[in-house]
Design a protein around this ligand. Structure first.
Ligand code: GDP
Length: 319
């Protein structure tokens, strides 16, 4: 069923330093294509003229658009201008330049936070724009919705082969290990690892521990992105996830079991819960033949091992 071939193409992973982009770069090593990346000092994604010139010069055939300003619930809630402006600008610049320079195919990565706060669960692609957004991540969601709409508009008006995927919450190697600004998995790995090293009996969770989230291993997302790039060419975006969710408390308990810490969790309820539940309906992608191959325990163990090996901290230790 493959409709698009990566073999022999010049493929740009925009955002190759991030968790999603670095996973895509690793996955592309198994394809017979020429991968191209640019560091921040070589290419400022916030400047249209830089992006135009760089893409024309490198003769890019294919783009994985994984570049974004990202962060967890508090980063989103406290830095809305950056999340809205940076993401709108980066995606507009790259999508416009991709059209101008005749890119053959582009895949844009969005986020599950595009869906309404009270969307019916599991969330089907059709739930987009059917209700109000979750206030803690509204800026990021608006930017990502605009990215989907840009891909659709350039497809409709100019016939560009631009598609979008909406990944659920991710974890894996290269996550942002930043206790205040990062996402929940990275924050919990840091906190529980530190509690184990210090023999501390408690770890604090933000909010009530009751919100439900779905977690996808970054390497599985990368595999899905390559699959979609090769096999899908329609206007509707595709959800990417496992279709399985858990409460934040359950997530914390499962990470604690992997790290080998036995203690109790407390709740800092002055911090926000965010969306009450976020789980994707992944039937569209499943019907095309892709399902996430990695179990939560396997992926999380790999994410934790990466953290221990790569992120020195006050409680760094070997396991
Ligand atoms: P979200 O999925 O956009 O809400 O982003 P996050 O990954 O940042 O947070 C997911 C859920 O985990 C929210 O309900 C948070 O309140 C909760 N949570 C519990 N402890 C933490 C923590 O230490 N850091 C973060 N980022 N979230 C936490």
């Amino acid at each position: 069923m493959t409709s698009f071939y990566l073999a022999g193409k010049r493929v740009w992973v925009a955002g190759h330093r991030g968790m999603a982009g670095s996973a895509i770069a690793r996955r592309l090593a198994r394809e017979n294509c020429e991968m191209v990346t640019a560091t921040r000092s070589e290419l400022d994604l916030l400047r249209q003229a830089h992006v135009d010139a760089w893409m024309a010069d490198r003769k890019i055939d294919v783009v994985f658009l994984a570049a974004a300003t990202v962060g967890g619930i508090m980063a989103n809630a406290t830095r809305p201008a950056e999340f809205l402006y940076d993401n709108l600008t980066i995606e507009s610049n790259i999508i416009h330049a991709a059209w101008q320079t005749g890119v053959k195919k582009l895949l844009f990565l969005g986020s599950s936070c595009i869906f309404p706060r009270l969307a019916e669960q599991p969330m089907r692609e059709e739930a987009l724009l059917t209700g109000a957004l979750e206030p803690t991540n509204e800026s990021y969601a608006i930017a990502k919705i605009a990215g989907i709409k840009l891909c659709q508009a350039f497809r409709r008006q100019y016939g560009c082969d631009f598609v979008s995927v909406m990944p659920t919450n991710l974890y894996g190697p290269g996550d942002r290990y930043d206790a205040e600004g990062g996402h929940v998995v990275a924050a919990l790995i840091m906190k529980i690892h530190a509690a184990k090293a210090a023999a501390s009996p408690t770890v604090e969770l933000w909010g009530t521990g009751k919100p439900r989230r779905e977690f996808l291993y970054s390497e599985d997302l990368a595999d899905a992105c390559v699959f979609v790039m090769k096999n899908y060419s329609e206007e509707m975006f595709l959800n990417v996830g496992t279709g399985v969710d858990m409460t934040i408390l359950e997530l914390a308990q499962r990470i604690a079991a992997i790290i080998g810490w036995t203690g109790t969790f407390t709740f800092e309820t002055s911090k926000p819960d965010g969306m009450p539940r976020k789980v994707m309906d992944v039937s569209r992608l499943r019907n095309m033949g892709w399902v996430a191959p990695t179990s939560f325990e396997t992926g999380m163990k790999e994410a934790y091992d990466w953290y221990v090996a790569n992120v020195p901290g006050p409680y760094a230790m070997t396991t």
